[in-house]
Design a protein around this ligand. Sequence first.
Ligand code: BT5
Length: 262
Amino acid sequence: MDFNVGELRAFFSRRVIGRRIEYFEEVESTNAEALRLALEGAPEGTVVVADAQTKGRGRLDRSWESPPAMNLYLSVVLRPDIPAVSSSLIPLTVGVAVAEVVSAYCPGRVRLKWPNDVLVDGKKICGILAEMRTKGERVSFLIAGIGVNLNMQKLHFPRELRETATSLRMETATDIDRSDFAVRLFEALGNWYRVFLNGGGADIRAAWLRLSDLVGKQVEVVFRDTIQRGAVTGLDENGALLLEGESGLQRVLAGDVYIARL
Ligand code: BT5
């Protein structure tokens, strides 16, 4: 089940996302490769895809398991002409697009976890890493990195991830065609990115909130050595998580969310 990059290039040559596709057997990180291309002037919609990553990155120096021949690791160069402060909605936009595609394979079982995890029945199937470069107060470009576990089996995961991570194959008991998934993903990304550019932030937030199932839940958000606690009331215009806690309404900009045990 090879990744058919030729088919993908033909299909997306006239659209924004995927108008240029760079495919590698192995890279350290598709985000690093996309960053390099973006600094050289690669156009919006350039996608870097790799069969394997040797140093797949998560947030905060964490790593992303990226074995060859089974999953999708890709990074998209975006060049929205917007103030940097308005960019935090982009990772959520990407999350909604991924969740929509994963939902086509396992309807009703997909949830988003703020800011950027896609879960199937509570287990992580996709991580998103957005990295930005600014020019003054505006976005110069943004790299949206997406790792989706497609055909990984339990034994391919390191032991410590076996209870918390999953793949589409594990959830559906069928082999997933990576090219098919990529076609659907590029289309969904293109559609939702257009919604974002056309001022559809409210639609994105509504779609995200519907998929997250977090509103009203009591959560703890851990960022480095700080913890914020409260009940989720929604997202603000920029995608920050809103918590109603003991000290009033708080905006959360970064961190990992845990549903509090009461
Ligand atoms: C993320 O970080 O979830 C963002 C991951 C982004 C990966 C993509 S792959 C293409 C592109 N190029 C890159 O170099 N990166 C992007 P974070 O929320 O910090 O979660 C990282 C944590 O997820 C790790 O510490 C593990 O606990 C867990 N994890 C690692 N690999 C995993 C996998 N393949 N599936 C599920 N969970 C994983």
